[in-house]
Design a protein around this ligand. Structure first.
Ligand SMILES: C[S@@+](CC[C@H](N)C(=O)[O-])C[C@H]1O[C@@H](n2cnc3c(N)ncnc32)[C@H](O)[C@@H]1O
Length: 215
């Protein structure tokens, strides 16, 4: 197309008024595209999870990840990340000696990505990423738990963990604290902050509250 031809096309587009119908079509297409990314990339596998429990993927920053693992320093045994995303926290936990190191993640793309990272660093035999709904998992043997989920689901998760985790478990949350538990340790600032909770202490406080006494 020569220069005059291009000029004609551009003037044609500039001169055309979109009108209400055109704008509606653009809005519809944009909405559909956004929904497709949401449904196909960010939230596949979530159909059976009630809407109020659906938490989208947002990766922890390197500093947040380091803070979470610092709060697990000196501990050993099984480590799980509930909603493990791209699997980096589990991978780093395995590097620091936790075994088994397990991620529960519903999004199949993220499970694949996690194994890719693990394979690239030659840790694929030392980690497991299970495509499971964390609400259906039993946590009785999980001594080290990491969580980075939305505040809206944390009250329910407190109840589940109080019921299922062993007494010597430590739970570490990144970015958002648990709503009613008292932390044993806090590290970092702002969005990088992480909180640690020891189950024995949390249970003692819960029992004391039920009996109306101070711990
Ligand atoms: C905010 S991201 C955190 C990812 C990772 N833990 C990190 O810190 O980088 C939360 C992750 O939890 C996953 N998730 C949400 N609800 C889940 C469920 N019911 N079972 C398993 N995974 C879930 C999401 O797919 C998402 O990848």
């Amino acid at each position: 197309m020569d220069e005059d031809g291009v000029h004609e096309v551009v003037t044609g587009i500039e001169g055309r008024h979109l009108g209400g119908w055109g704008l509606l079509q653009i809005a519809g297409c944009t909405g559909l595209a956004a929904y497709s990314v949401w449904a196909l990339v960010l939230m596949p596998g979530f159909r059976k999870v009630p809407l109020k429990l659906q938490v989208p993927y947002m990766p922890a920053s390197a500093r947040q990840m380091d803070n979470v693992l610092t709060l697990l320093k000196g501990r050993s045994g099984k480590m799980v990340d509930l909603g493990s995303g791209d699997g980096r926290i589990v991978l780093e936990a395995a590097r620091r000696g936790f075994s088994p190191a397990v991620g529960y993640e519903l999004n199949p793309w993220l499970v694949r990505l996690s194994y890719f990272y693990a394979w690239k660093s030659d840790y694929h035999r030392r980690v497991s990423y299970l495509r499971e709904d964390l609400w259906k998992m039993k946590l009785h043997d999980c001594k080290n738990v990491s969580i980075f989920l939305a505040p809206s689901v944390l009250t329910l998760l407190e109840e589940k963990m109080l019921e299922e985790l062993p007494d010597d478990a430590r739970v570490v949350t990144g970015r958002f604290p648990l709503p009613t538990w008292a932390p044993s340790a806090i590290i970092g600032e702002g969005t990088e902050r992480a909180w640690a909770y020891d189950l024995r202490t949390v249970r003692q406080a819960t029992t004391a509250n039920q009996h109306g006494t101070e711990v």
